[in-house]
Design a protein around this ligand. Structure first.
Ligand SMILES: NC(=O)c1ccc[n+]([C@@H]2O[C@H](COP(=O)([O-])OP(=O)(O)OC[C@H]3O[C@@H](n4cnc5c(N)ncnc54)[C@H](OP(=O)(O)O)[C@@H]3O)[C@@H](O)[C@H]2O)c1
Length: 286
């Protein structure tokens, strides 16, 4: 009898088993299903649906372990309309992406050590940033909140679902602290509040690395993702495009002006149909 092809649920369980592992064969339903060959390559040993293959292709590269003293791996995401908006002018973004796009977002959280949002997103959306639409662990939650404008009553600071780091104004004093389970910790590191100049995103990665957080997911919004992109600090960017036209609103990307298209970013891209949304998986690592 022909083997039952792996579906996306089975593929996702394989992804979770692959986190931080290399050179191993992982089984599904008793059979060898995928072989991880080190350095990020892998081989499918079992029939799988097209959607399951897509899921493995997108997520297995995000599971590879990082050597202890290596640079972090940084993945950004934006869910946008066809006209490049991530929210209306008033900040409403629920929901631009459909069910499959939102599940995809939760899956990226599940394979990340930390999920980072800007103060604009934390203040407007009051997000939980936990993994609820798939199985997998919650990442540490990080909010870039130099002016402490995110209300203390928001979920990130009160729900106890996962640890939260609140990055605020001040100069950074590195001192290793174990992150207590579900604690909220303030870390001064973003420089002076008064100068209006955004902090160098590299300092944010350094702070997170000092906490042992290396697989970093920059979830939004547009200002925050653009600042990491502009600093050349994103390895990958997942842009999920929804078949929707808003016509006005907050932009996905804001980068310095260029005159010539030769100067535009043209990363290697793979396009994956998630169902409700089209995913552009952009590779900036080369
Ligand atoms: N569709 C999606 O995928 C998606 C995802 C997330 C959010 N959203 C929507 O996007 C909107 C918010 O996005 P946004 O682009 O306006 O704002 P944002 O990126 O969420 O937050 C920007 C703010 O974060 C702080 N920040 C970010 N980087 C910093 C740095 N390097 N140094 C110091 N501070 C830094 C600054 O806060 P201060 O100004 O206080 O200094 C900055 O103004 C919301 O409406 C939300 O619903 C959509």
């Amino acid at each position: 009898m022909a083997a039952q092809p792996l579906d996306t649920d089975a593929a996702w369980e394989l992804v979770l088993q692959a986190v931080n592992r290399t050179n191993v064969t992982l089984p599904a339903a008793g059979d060898a299903a995928i072989s991880l060959n080190g350095h990020g390559s892998w081989q499918l040993l079992h029939p799988a649906t097209e959607a399951a293959k897509n899921l493995l292709t997108v997520f297995l590269p995000l599971c590879r372990p990082l050597p202890r003293d290596s640079a972090p791996r940084v993945v950004g995401q934006l869910g946008q309309s066809l006209d490049g908006r991530i929210a209306t002018v008033s900040g409403c973004s629920r929901f631009i992406n459909g069910d499959d796009g939102i599940t995809h977002l939760h899956r990226i959280r599940a394979v990340s050590d930390a999920v980072v949002v800007g103060a604009g997103t934390a203040e407007t959306d009051n997000p939980r940033l936990t993994v609820r639409r798939s199985s997998g662990p919650n990442p540490v939650r990080v909010v870039i909140d130099r002016n402490r404008r995110v209300p203390e009553s928001h979920h990130l600071f009160t729900d106890g679902e996962a640890p939260t780091l609140r990055l605020v104004a001040g100069s950074y004093q590195a001192s290793f602290t174990e992150l207590a389970r579900n604690a909220v910790m303030e870390v001064p590191c973003l420089g002076d509040t008064g100068d209006g100049v955004p902090a160098d995103p590299a300092i944010i990665l350094r702070v997170l690395s000092d906490f042992g957080l290396k697989k970093i997911f920059i979830e939004g919004g547009g200002i925050t993702v653009s600042s990491f992109l502009n600093a050349g600090l994103l390895d990958r960017l997942h842009v999920m495009v929804a078949p929707m036209i808003i016509g006005s609103g907050r932009p996905a990307f804001s980068l310095p002006e260029i005159d010539l298209l030769d100067d535009a970013l043209r990363p290697k891209a793979q396009l994956i149909n998630l169902g409700s949304d089209m995913l552009f998986d952009l590779d900036f690592s080369h």
